[in-house]
Design a binder for this molecule. Structure first.
Ligand code: ANZ
Ligand code: ZN
Length: 798
């Protein structure tokens, strides 16, 4: 077939699949559920090769599983809120909703052109009121359960986009979207208290079938630290205590100063007369720095003395209190005890500001050296009654002592921060809160949802949400007392939308609840979740958090949403660089489909390399796949079936290929599965294909080339649809991998060999060896001894 011919049959089959709704699942009736889910795309309006790699190639797995006695639910939808629509509105005066819907419809067409077996009857888009009504409901749910609150929070602020960014949206101190330097700004924000779930989010990572690297990233992101809180009384006002978090309480006798973050709530109080000006200037300058800039090890450790002192809890020494930005307000307690002899940052800081350095740990290896920081644990010195103890011991004994004095306790802290969900943007779900002069903060009653996005807005970014400038939106009445009130004008972070979408696919039209509990019980968790490794922390952590919260209130049957996760690799351009518009190495899938057909494009992508690695795009590869398809067409259509199984009387190779392809697809090793089919087709062309070979080849190729194989299947006299036909079976005892060559020796010398099935008993092997003529010649009587190495060797000693 030529490319255009392929295109024609592809359109025909796609239409038939659609008309007969063969991939639409009756979720209530289905048996043997398999929830196959791809991370849903942002509707940019243009499906690129990366999307194809995700959706069309993972469809191979979905199609194979569907034919293996499972009901596969493979839904698709759109993560449709977000900045690009708003930018289009700002730049070109377009309506974000209309712009987005238009993109959705062109992307849906493109997605259908891949031949992927999606159930389009369950499509969702997060920007539609029937969806975001429930996103708002989720916010109220968090509110009811004390998991959201509005608080002053230092937030990452992008001066160009005029918006708050989540930590994850700050990459190397810069805005993920526009690259501007991000600054810290304190603003009242709605936050979700994801830190309440830190311990469980960490613990439950262990049991997930996820890539190890992703599990490690989740653990590091949560960043559990075990240590202690230590309290230092202020010298002038002993009732006020400065609390620090340390992982090295064993170094307590080495503390020579304390540091608080510039944003620390005690900073103004600590600032002594005569120091105000310097401190204020310092606090101001720190606010312009990104977290990364502040904490870089190489960076100069700046700081100012506050003018006040604290008292060491065990030695009662006076310790100067400094203000320095290498201490972060959002980590631990926002204050640290400075131990320059044993901490690198403290060492740098003490050197720069001429502070005392006192060594209190004798390293396990080497000597105490006054010119060097010793960060490894060891034995305590200069530590009163604790001297001589190991670091490990002292961590226990010193905390016990502090506890006795009421000046400390063991503590666990997390790097994970609460999730700031407010955005000062238009194109998101409005936060369903009303502010009333009498009743204060009032949640919108669930029955009044959705709080609809207004259309009379001015999109120009000012730092304030565009919703604030919509009169019709911001003025409302209080749901509680009926007085004039004001609406919250921030919208929700789009990660909120995608934290629960896998529930919605199960019941997309539900107007009574966010999902159907019976269906959730039946269908969750997602059996296979596929998406990019760039979502290793953000989306995946938030979705886990949501699921746990819902689970705790009996609204989710599972506490983990995605039992098995796999990432697809990256497609590189022909120049071995990551495909991107800016590099000019982008391959346009639509043009390729028009020229070669979708089957060729999907199969080539599957063939390029291991799915979790991806690989470079070589245009020539498409031709290779086309040649292979032509061979298959010749084998099935043009050549009459060989009457018997020529040269392979038991169909041994066929059984082996079925086994191989089945197993490789199950492990998402599409490339090796396809390679096995190609090699087999070559052999068949040489020796002729039996009817069984023709059927198996067509059937096994189906997930890769779903259109071509429907055509061939029909040619072989079957009714459609191959997409729903039973997967071919294999007889394990007939597979080549199951066969071994056993060598036979007489007195250690090779005298013969035979091919047989693996894993047979010693007696069975000996019997077969004795049937070999040459062996019979040597072995006239009973051997003195028989040595058998199963599957390998028999040695008769005579
Ligand atoms: C004294 C000390 C002595 C420390 C020593 C380390 C080594 P992890 O393990 O990453 O959690 N720290 C605490 N709060 C901080 C903040 N807000 N900003 C910057 N640094 C902070 O790190 C915990 C350690 O990081 C704590 O233990 C504290 O320094 C510092 F030989 O306390 B340590
Ligand atoms: Zn009121």
């Amino acid at each position: 077939m030529t490319g255009p011919e392929r295109r024609e049959i592809e359109q025909k089959w796609q239409q038939r699949w659609q008309d007969d709704r063969i991939f639409a699942v009756d979720l209530a009736k289905a048996d043997h559920k398999f929830y196959h889910l791809n991370m849903f795309p942002y509707p940019s309006g243009n499906l690129h090769v990366g999307h194809w790699y995700n959706f069309a190639v993972s469809d191979i797995a979905a199609r194979a599983v569907r034919r293996q006695d499972k009901t596969v639910f493979n839904p698709m939808g759109f993560d449709a809120f977000g900045l690009p629509a708003e930018n289009a509105a700002i730049k070109h005066g377009l309506d974000p909703a209309a712009w987005t819907e238009q993109n959705i419809s062109s992307m849906r067409t493109q997605l259908q052109s891949t031949g992927a077996s999606f159930d389009w009857s369950k499509e969702i888009a997060t920007c539609r009121p029937d969806y975001y009504r429930w996103t708002q409901w989720m916010f109220l749910f968090m509110y009811q359960h004390g998991l959201t609150e509005k608080r002053e929070a230092p937030v990452n602020w992008c001066p160009k986009d005029q918006t708050i960014l989540a930590n994850e949206q700050v990459v190397g101190g810069k805005c993920e979207r526009c690259g501007s330097e991000v600054i810290l700004k304190k603003l009242p924000q709605w936050v979700f208290k994801i830190t309440d779930y830190a311990e469980r989010l960490l613990k439950d990572v262990d049991a997930l079938d996820w890539p190890e690297k992703t599990k490690t990233m989740q653990r590091n992101w949560i960043g559990r630290s075990e240590g202690a809180y230590v309290e230092f009384s202020l010298a002038d006002t002993p009732d006020t205590r400065l609390k620090v978090f340390t992982t090295r309480v064993d170094t307590l006798y080495g503390v020579t100063y304390l540091v608080v973050a510039p944003e620390h709530s005690l900073t103004p109080k600590l600032t002594a007369e005569g120091h105000t000006e310097a401190v204020e200037a310092y606090v101001e300058s720190a606010s312009h720095k990104s977290e990364l800039e502040r904490t870089e090890l190489q960076k100069q450790k700046t700081g100012v003395f506050s003018g006040s002192y604290a008292i060491h809890p065990l030695t009662a020494e006076k310790l100067p209190i400094w203000i320095a930005d290498y201490v972060l307000a959002t980590v631990g307690t926002g204050a640290v005890m400075g131990v320059p002899a044993h901490d690198e940052r403290d060492w740098e800081f003490a050197k720069k500001h001429d502070l005392l350095i006192v060594a209190v740990i004798h390293p396990a290896t080497g000597e105490v050296n006054a010119n060097q920081v010793v960060t490894e644990p060891g034995k305590l010195i200069n530590s009163a009654e604790f001297s001589g103890q190991t670091s490990e011991e002292a961590k226990q004994t010193i905390v016990a002592k502090l506890k006795e004095l009421g000046l400390g306790q063991p503590a666990v802290t997390y790097r994970l921060r609460d999730w700031v969900v407010s955005r000062q943007r238009y194109w998101g779900a409005p936060i369903p809160i009303v502010y009333c002069g009498t009743c204060d903060t009032v949640p919108v009653p669930a029955a009044e949802l959705p709080v609809l996005l207004p259309t009379d807005v001015d999109f120009k970014p000012t730092g304030e949400s565009p919703l604030a400038r919509s009169e019709s939106f911001s003025h409302t009445t209080c749901p509680r007392c009926g007085n004039a009130a004001r609406r919250e004008t921030d919208t929700l972070d789009t990660f909120v939308d995608s934290s629960w979408y896998f529930f919605r696919f199960l019941s997309p039209d539900n107007t009574a609840a966010f999902t159907d509990q019976a269906l959730a019980k039946k269908w969750l968790p997602v059996d296979l979740y596929i998406g990019g490794a760039e979502h290793s922390v953000l989306h995946l952590l938030y979705a886990r958090f949501f699921t746990k919260v819902l689970y705790d209130h009996d609204l989710s049957p599972v506490s983990e949403p995605f039992q098995k996760l796999r990432h697809q690799g990256t497609i590189l351009g022909p120049d071995n660089q990551k495909m991107s518009k800016s590099k000019g190495n982008v391959v346009d899938p639509d043009a390729l489909v028009a020229e070669h057909g979708a089957d060729v494009v999907r199969s080539y992508l599957a063939f390029m390399g291991p799915y979790n690695q991806g690989g470079p795009w070589h245009q020539g590869g498409l031709v290779g796949v086309e040649r292979f398809f032509n061979r298959v067409e010749r084998l099935v259509i043009e050549s009459a079936a060989a009457s018997s199984e020529v040269g392979d009387s038991a169909g041994r190779e066929r059984h082996s290929v079925i086994k191989k392809v089945t197993e490789e697809i199950a492990e998402l090793r599409f490339n090796t599965a396809l390679a096995a089919l190609m090699a087999w087709a070559n052999n068949l062309e040489k020796r002729g294909a039996s009817r069984e070979d023709q059927e198996a080849l067509t059937s096994l190729l189906n997930p890769f080339a779903p259109h071509l194989t429907e055509e061939l299947w029909q040619h072989l006299g079957h009714e459609p649809y191959l997409a729903l036909a039973a997967w071919p079976e294999f007889d394990n005892s007939l597979t080549v991998e199951d066969r071994v060559i056993v060598v036979v020796q007489i007195n250690g010398r090779l005298r013969g060999s035979f091919e047989t099935q693996r894993q047979q008993s010693e007696a069975a092997l000996i019997r077969q060896a004795r049937q070999i003529e040459a062996i019979q010649h040597y072995l006239t009587g009973e051997p003195k001894k028989t040595i058998v190495v199963p599957d390998k060797l028999i040695n008769f000693v005579i």
